[in-house]
Design a protein around this ligand. Structure first.
Ligand code: PEP
Length: 254
């Protein structure tokens, strides 16, 4: 079982909101969302918008932000890529790795995801490991096996201190951007499976690990998902792009 803890509301903007839209979003969101000590709010804008995010949120340190992806290397001939080592200078403090869109569109494998987590850790960022099954895998009864492979590949590559800092996001691929949400029971089952994988790894405390749910979360379903056993917060794509909708999500459980 997991212990009760303050929820994390994480927004993944993907390739939406350039610098100007980021500033406009924050102008509105800051009016609609008052700081809460009983929750963590973190936004992952596109990398090009990180400086705009930092400037527009300067007086609101409660609104944290992070990078959506980093390269497996620290430096070198990788046109278009971003090094984790470059991120802290922007003020960002979190980083995603292993999002299903990176796995599908850019071929990120489990060993690459593990390496990216290490780079995020080395840069002092809080890493979020995204895992989740496709519809095909779920229908073939492979949910548990898929989560085990994805989680263990990373835990085996990290040391105890790295594992201690890790946050997890369970995101069923069939629920991302589809409008189809996992039921609170589905989410609870998958989160329990992720938690099980942590047993026996030095640095992991399964009952205290923070596991977010992601997949078509909206203001209309957030409260239900947040009370599902073992759901410690959410990672939200589409519904985080509108400041009013994101503020409604970030008000959940208050
Ligand atoms: C995501 O991209 O992580 C996500 C969960 O997207 P959406 O909320 O749009 O399904």
């Amino acid at each position: 079982m997991s212990e009760p803890r303050t929820p994390v509301f994480a927004a993944n903007w993907k390739m939406c909101h350039g610098p100007a839209e980021t500033a406009a979003f924050l102008a509105r969101f800051k009016q609609r969302h008052a700081p809460r000590d009983d929750a963590t709010v973190v936004v992952f804008p596109p990398a090009i918008s990180l400086p705009a995010f930092a400037a527009a949120s300067a007086e609101r340190p409660d609104i944290r932000f992070g990078v959506q992806d980093v390269h497996t290397d620290i430096e070198g001939a990788h046109t278009g890529a971003i090094s984790a080592a470059m991120v802290p200078a922007t003020g960002a403090t979190w980083g995603l790795a292993g999002h299903s869109e990176r796995r599908r569109e850019f071929g990120d494998t489990d060993p690459m995801v593990a390496k990216k987590l290490q780079r995020l850790l080395d840069a002092g960022l809080r890493p979020v490991l995204c895992v989740g099954e496709t519809l095909e895998e779920r229908e073939a009864g492979r949910l548990s096996a898929v989560l085990e492979t994805q989680v263990k590949a990373c835990l085996e590559a990290l040391d105890a201190e790295g594992r201690r800092r890790l946050v997890y996001a369970y995101e069923p691929v069939w629920a991302i951007g589809t409008g189809r949400t996992a039921s609170p029971m589905d989410a609870a089952e998958a989160h329990a499976l992720v938690r099980e994988q942590l047993t026996g790894f030095e640095g992991c405390t399964p009952g205290r690990a923070v596991i977010l749910y992601g997949g078509s979360v909206k203001p209309a379903n957030i409260e239900q998902l947040l009370i599902a056993p073992g759901v410690d917060g959410v990672l939200v794509g589409g519904a985080s792009l509108d400041p009013d909708s994101w503020a409604a999500i970030c008000a959940a459980g208050a």
